[in-house]
Design a protein around this ligand. Structure first.
Ligand SMILES: C[S@@+](CC[C@H](N)C(=O)[O-])C[C@H]1O[C@@H](n2cnc3c(N)ncnc32)[C@H](O)[C@@H]1O
Length: 280
């Protein structure tokens, strides 16, 4: 890092000031480390270095975005998922740790070696890209209704080397209307339209299309469960992430649609978060 004698601020002074404004030393560190493309250890080792004015001004802009509540993943443009770094922006949902359970369960299923898998509502592509990279023999297709989200998914696919992933634009099964799969996964929108959480925290900045699904949050899940049997091979699996209080209704929907071996799995917080069913 070049020294600059024209500014009075050292990295440590900037970090102390930002930590006080953010109420978090960790976030202050993460934002500066992101800007300088270094790790936190480097910051501690160079605390007394002078900070170039251009860096100081860029850093202040990042801190300001975070101070007004923008999620740190949007400010840095990245989020870790299943051990890989995904690019994110305000066009896509920020990948959540709960969704790693959906991926883990999908990877534990026993589809054919060259399974055809479909991810509905791929957003950043985090689920589909992970399946593609961790099961290179699977043929993975991902769909999203948002073209802006697909652009991010495309970037992540290319950056992470998931070359075989097929990305399609459209509504639910419409882009794959004539195709059958061994596995269908989805983390669909599942928040009820009037849910108070939509006005709180990170969620305020995320796209409504990624979150909201009708008055009870189950509109999209109902449509996926109803249509999935027409797109699954016999014995194929449907795996859905859902809200903390939706496991029972989702199991009921799956059972009514004729799925076997319907069961829900708990996330690390002990909440039933993912439900599976097997096509007859
Ligand atoms: C909850 S986000 C999940 C994103 C990503 N799969 C993840 O787990 O982080 C739901 C995604 O579904 C997409 N979506 C919403 N309605 C859709 C529809 N009718 N057809 C296809 N995709 C849809 C949204 O654009 C959004 O990217």
């Amino acid at each position: 890092m070049p020294q600059d004698q024209e500014t009075g601020s050292t990295f440590k002074m900037l970090l102390d000031d930002a930590a006080a404004r953010l109420g978090s030393r960790l976030e202050a560190d993460v934002l500066l480390a992101h800007l300088l493309a270094c790790d936190r250890a480097w910051l501690y080792g160079h605390g007394t270095d002078a900070c170039p004015p251009a860096v100081e001004s860029s850093y202040m802009k990042l801190v300001e975005r975070r101070v007004v509540g923008e999620p740190i993943a949007y400010v840095t443009g990245t989020r870790e998922f299943y051990g890989r770094t995904f690019q994110v922006d305000r066009q896509v949902l920020i990948p959540r740790p709960e969704t790693e359970l959906l991926v883990e369960l999908a990877l534990e299923l026993d589809p054919p070696t060259r399974a055809r898998a479909l991810d509905i509502g791929t957003g950043s592509g985090c689920i589909a890209i992970t399946l593609c990279l961790d099961q290179p023999r699977w043929e993975v297709t991902a769909v999203d209704r948002s073209e802006a989200a697909l652009q991010i998914a495309r970037f992540n696919r290319d950056a992470l080397g998931a070359r075989s992933l097929e990305l399609r634009h459209g509504n639910l099964f419409e882009p794959v209307s004539d195709r059958h799969f061994d596995l269908i996964v989805s983390n669909p929108p599942y928040v009820a339209a009037g849910d108070e959480h939509l006005a709180q925290g990170d969620v305020r900045f995320e796209p409504g299309m990624a979150l909201v699904a009708g008055d009870d949050g189950l509109d999209i899940i109902r449509r996926i469960v109803a249509a999935a049997p027409d797109h699954l091979e016999p014995g194929g699996w449907l795996a859905l992430e859902h809200g903390h209080d939706q496991a029972a209704p989702v199991r009921k929907l799956m059972e009514s649609a004729g799925f076997d071996q319907v069961e829900s799995h708990r996330d690390l917080a002990g909440i039933e978060r993912v439900s599976l069913g097997r096509a007859r």
